[in-house]
Design a protein around this ligand. Structure first.
Ligand code: ADP
Ligand code: GN1
Ligand code: MG
Length: 368
């Protein structure tokens, strides 16, 4: 569990960044990893102040190095296409000492982003158009980064979307059962084990050279893209912590997991959970358009499998965290991770049942 943030910690961070006239500094957004605050100065200036989660991101210096490289690169690409780099990508605010983060005397790592105003990160799809726009933005993000040299990026979390490795770790955690919780979730453990063979479907293809390694976002939830309140267009891809070499089908898949579910990620009533084929199609259209026709035939073919695998992997990660005593994801109540896991598994089952239909949709959308 993360240690608390004291008044003194905030004061040090404010000083490091030169915020000497703070009007308010409140928790903001619904991310599961970092501690995010919206800081407003009396002048009306707004910034996002975050305490980075150093349990998850063990090398914050490398992480911020990645973020700076990626945002600098994106700024140039956005300018070239006549966009507004101040709103269409993140801007890191430096400390008074010109550093991209600040470490306080309790070893908390802080960073500041310019606040992107009049734009919203949604926790669920209110209008299909927003989902289409988010897809276009994530696809475009990938298109921009297609010419970024991946070897410049550090691997911030090793094997982040290596599903078979995640499965190995899951098996270990079930075996150790440090909190004695395995007996409360045997059905869910069985659900994972029944899919042992499926875990390496995508990673095997990567190994065999059948799927290309690209620079991907790796955390493409709907609330990690801001939609412009005025134009309704996908404005800015945020949460760049996990930008690393990865698979396009995982970026596609994670968005489907979160946004094409007819229920929210932590819906306790699993009868409400299903894959909306309408939203699946809508996302596929936006994503393929955003990628600019750059996906290979194998990638296109594997997009629905990406959706299944990202949902299975995420459910397995929630279950792993529940078994370990809720040490990774921010939780709001005792069984939150177990509830999230059940939602994911109900969605996996529905994706499996609708797999043929998903393939048909991709064929139609990509004209293959
Ligand atoms: P986490 O890694 O915990 O998910 P995020 O970086 O995604 O943290 O930030 C959490 C939330 O804060 C986002 O979902 C978004 O609503 C908001 N947010 C983050 N950065 C900005 C920004 N630069 N401008 C406006 N809102 C932001
Ligand atoms: C976390 O940071 P956030 O809330 O956007 C997690 C993702 C999970 C997601 C599940 C670094 O995303 O991998 O898919 O929760 N991020 C990290 O909601 O582990
Ligand atoms: Mg986030």
């Amino acid at each position: 569990m993360d240690k608390i943030i004291t008044e003194a910690n905030f004061k040090e961070a404010f000083l490091a960044y030169g915020f000497d006239d703070v009007k308010s500094c409140e928790r903001y957004g619904s991310g599961h990893i970092n501690d995010t605050f919206l800081l407003i100065e009396n002048s009306g200036d707004k910034v996002i102040l975050q305490r980075m989660n150093t349990m998850v991101f063990k090398d914050p210096e490398m992480l911020m190095g990645n973020v700076l490289k990626v945002t600098d690169f994106l700024k140039t690409s956005i300018e070239k296409e006549g966009g507004d780099p101040k709103r269409e990508t993140m801007s890191v605010r430096l400390t008074k000492d010109k550093k991209p983060f600040f470490k306080d005397s309790d070893d908390n790592y802080w960073r500041v982003y310019e606040f992107i105003d009049k734009a919203t990160g949604y926790d669920s799809v209110k209008r299909p158009k927003d989902f289409y726009e988010s897809a276009y933005a994530f696809g475009k993000f990938q298109r921009y980064l297609a010419s970024f040299d991946a070897s410049r990026l550090g691997e911030v979390i090793k094997d982040f979307h290596n599903t078979p490795k995640r499965y190995e770790r899951f098996l270990q955690v079930v075996k150790e059962d440090v909190k004695g919780r395995a007996k409360t979730c045997q059905k869910e453990i069985d659900f994972v084990n029944a899919r042992a063979k499926a875990m390496s479907e995508a990673t095997d293809m990567l190994k065999n050279g059948e799927l290309p390694l690209r620079v991907t976002h790796n955390d493409t939830k709907l609330n990690n893209v801001l939609i412009d309140d005025k134009t309704g267009m996908g404005l800015c891809v945020i949460d760049l912590d996990t930008v690393m070499p990865g698979l396009s089908i995982n970026d596609f898949g994670d968005s489907i997991r979160f946004g094409a579910n007819t229920a929210v990620e932590d819906e306790p009533d699993v009868s409400k959970v299903s894959l909306s084929l309408e939203l699946f199609e809508c996302y596929a259209e936006g994503f393929l358009k955003g990628c600019g026709g750059k996906l290979t035939d194998n990638e296109l073919k594997m997009l629905p499998v990406g959706a299944k695998l990202m949902t299975l992997e995420c459910g397995m990660r929630f279950l792993t965290d529940y078994l370990e005593g809720d040490v990774y994801f921010n939780t709001k109540y005792a069984d939150h991770n177990l509830v999230r896991c059940r939602t994911q598994f109900a969605l996996v089952k529905d994706i499996e049942d609708k797999m043929d239909k998903c393939h048909e949709i991709i064929k139609k959308v990509s004209n293959h």
